[in-house]
Design a protein around this ligand. Structure first.
Ligand code: GLA
Length: 688
């Protein structure tokens, strides 16, 4: 990754990436299409340290990741951050069952103090925001059986541009004030640090907190700048691993990717902190917020609610109070989940749980539904006759012979808790339902779309019935051309179905929602209904002859930073912010500018023959950037360059894509992580 949001001396900066649209997550059971439909790209390598660094504190604090609230993500420094908000949140923690679900800390962020200390060098709470002082809110919060957190910076001033007093040089006095007020948690930021060594700054405050004799959870917030995972375990109970989160899909995703490789460093009393939750703040869809909450829990991250609960929707409460998911986060073994596989936006992350089960996230980073599959063995479970997989958003159990697979909607996460369980027969078999290879439809042309229902379980699925329906009321015709029912589908076998799908002539290109539904029952009579949101892509065949891929419409893209750019390099943020495509000082007028990991799909309608391009790392990154280019014809890898760096001249690619329905241009990170990976498909052309 190239640059993170950083701030060393104050001044507000936020990185905001527009949220993409998302299909609603609504997997009934496990559902999918066969492996051949999966987008094939190379796995993303993760940096994996061999052992965690310094030993944790043995003070018994934060033995599971802290759970609570912090006002920053919802209010920043606004005036509505005040005593009545803090009290209101404490009240809601109790009234809405969040306290019972495990949320405990009510934390104040920046802007609670007056800009200057008093004559004795003491911090002064802002009397307008906190007329009863911090002691007043602490007493109130404690009276509800909750705990209070506070904030300051390991610098001369805090981070907000208004510049409130920081703790540098005042550690012992400030810590004592916090303890006297009844503070239970300190977030210690990094702004205005005067260049003083981070380990020294954070250690001094640790000692000052200790000297008070009050147990205070100590949250180190230096944004991952000095690799705190390597030194902070003996200093605080948690440390930020990233810059600030913002309420967007791109921000959440980039922090997740930074935090995932740090799994070996987390454990009871010493947690990686990829920043507070944005769930409920409105910049992401509910499906994206479920992914955010699922992935933070699988990463054993602190769960600090960042939305104003006084205005939160029922859906927000439902996400934040999901006890099945919270139990993953709060598991006493304290392992952070680690990446089992990651390719083409399909992530499998597995978290070992104290009872021997695994929490398994099948997370779809991409903008279209994809099949994601793994096995009980791959996620670390012992071999067994069968397993029970609980869907932690559906709250339902299924049995599986070992395959864990589903069609996961765009930006969605299927979160399972899987265990080897001799009582598997008490639950219906898991089934995977999907369309093989997706549905690509040309307007006015009837297309055959095959689908599969696969019983992943150990026992039979009975009275199986599968249906597919088209976008409501838009003149689409969707009809089965063969059987869609079976009285028995034994475990490990499939029912194959075929439909014809046609969109009316003149239908605009794009993605359209279809509903694929399967119903069946278990031998015990449990009825299962599984609805899989699938999409039909309406696309037109590319023109015959040779076309520039920089100008042709694509089906979908996934890109490391910012959008894929047509005929310029990738500028990492907004559309159109790139530069002329330049490789080895040669400038190209046409092509695509991407950032690894990237994938650009074109509809080739089985009527094209060849892709050609001059590929390489764009000159704009100086000596940085290491990538590898691949061309796929459906599920066949038809060209790959191997690793290219900024010192390589453009490499010619020529790939035979004869017969492909989909042509996919893939760029991986070259195996060394995503950093300055500006990749150009210069002069990319498709001949049909
Ligand atoms: C920094 C921190 C944020 C927040 C603000 C307050 O940016 O990383 O989490 O505390 O300061 O100013």
């Amino acid at each position: 990754m190239r640059r993170l949001p950083t701030r060393s001396t104050g001044g507000v900066r936020r990185r905001i990436v527009g949220a993409l649209a998302v299909t609603v997550l609504g997997l009934g059971g496990l559902a999918a299409v066969p492996a051949s439909a999966a987008a094939p790209t190379a796995a993303v390598a993760s940096t994996r340290p061999t052992s965690a660094a310094s030993p944790a504190l043995d003070d018994g604090l934060a033995l599971t990741p802290p759970m609570g609230f912090n006002n920053w993500n919802s209010t920043h420094c606004r005036a509505d951050f005040n005593e009545s908000m803090v009290k209101g949140i404490a009240d809601l923690f109790v009234a809405k069952g969040l306290k019972d679900a495990g949320y405990q800390y009510v934390n104040l962020d920046d802007c609670w103090a007056l800009p200057t200390r008093d004559a004795n060098g003491k911090l002064v709470p802002d009397p307008v925001r906190f007329p009863n002082g911090i002691k007043g809110v602490a007493d109130y919060v404690h009276s509800k059986g909750l705990k209070l957190g506070i904030y300051t910076s390991a610098g001369t001033k805090t981070c907000d541009s208004a510049g409130f007093p920081g703790g540098l040089g005042h550690e012992y006095s400030d810590a004592q004030q916090f303890a006297d007020w009844g503070v239970d948690y300190l977030k210690y930021d990094n702004c205005n640090n005067q260049g003083v060594d981070a380990v020294q700054r954070y250690t001094t405050m640790r000692d000052a907190l200790r000297a008070t004799g009050r147990p205070i959870v100590y949250s180190i917030c230096e944004w991952g700048q000095n690799k705190p995972w390597e030194w902070a375990a003996g200093i605080g109970q948690l440390w930020r691993t990233t810059g600030d989160i913002s309420d967007s899909w791109g921000s959440m995703l980039s922090l997740m990717k930074k935090n995932l490789p740090l799994a070996p460093y987390a454990g009871p009393g010493h947690w990686n902190d990829p920043d507070m939750l944005e769930v409920g703040n409105g910049g992401m869809t509910d499906a994206e917020y479920r992914t955010h909450f699922s992935m933070w829990s699988v990463m054993a991250s602190p769960l600090l609610i960042g939305t104003d609960l006084r205005k939160a929707s029922q859906e927000t409460y439902d996400i934040l109070s999901n006890r099945d998911v919270i139990a993953v986060d709060q598991d006493p073994l304290g392992k952070q989940g680690s990446v089992v596989s990651s390719a083409g936006g399909r992530w499998v992350v597995s978290k070992e749980m104290k009872d021997g089960s695994r929490a398994v996230a099948l997370f779809n980073e991409s903008g279209s539904a994809q099949r994601i599959a793994t096995t009980a063995k791959a996620v670390g479970l012992p071999s067994a006759d069968a397993y029970v997989a609980r869907d932690l958003w559906q709250h339902k159990n299924y049995n599986t012979a070992g395959t864990l697979a589903a069609t996961v909607p765009a930006h969605g996460t299927l979160l399972l808790r899987v265990a080897a369980d001799p009582k598997w027969a008490a639950y219906p078999p898991a089934a995977e339902v999907g369309l093989d290879g997706g549905a690509f439809v040309e307007p006015g042309v009837s297309t055959k779309v095959p689908g599969t229902f696969t019983n992943l379980g150990r026992n039979a699925a009975l009275d199986v019935s599968v249906s597919l329906s088209g976008p409501e009321g838009k003149g689409w015709i969707v009809q089965p051309t063969g059987p869609t029912r079976a009285s028995v589908v034994p475990g490990g076998t499939s029912l194959h179905t075929t439909w014809t799908v046609s969109a009316p002539a003149g239908t605009a290109t794009g993605s359209y929602d279809l509903a694929l539904r399967a119903t069946y029952r278990s031998p015990q009579g449990t009825k299962v209904t599984s609805t899989v949101p699938v999409t039909a892509s309406v696309a037109t065949a590319p023109p015959s002859g040779t076309s520039s891929l920089g100008d042709l419409p694509w089906l979908s893209t996934a890109n490391g930073y910012g959008p894929v750019e047509r005929n310029t390099s990738n500028g990492e943020d907004a559309a159109g912010d790139g530069h002329p495509i330049t490789i080895g000082a040669v400038v190209y007028a046409k092509g695509l500018g991407v950032h690894a990991p990237s994938s650009v799909d074109y509809y080739a309608a089985r009527s094209c023959e060849r892709v050609t391009a001059q590929v390489g790392v764009d000159d704009e990154k100086g000596t940085k950037g290491t990538v590898a280019f691949e061309v796929w014809a459906d599920d066949r890898l038809v060209a790959s360059t191997g690793t290219l760096t900024n010192s390589d001249a453009a490499k010619a690619v020529s790939a035979d894509v004869t017969g492909a329905q989909i042509v996919r241009l893939v760029v991986t990170d070259g195996g060394d992580g995503v950093d300055s990976d500006h990749a150009d498909w210069a002069d990319a052309q498709l001949t049909c």
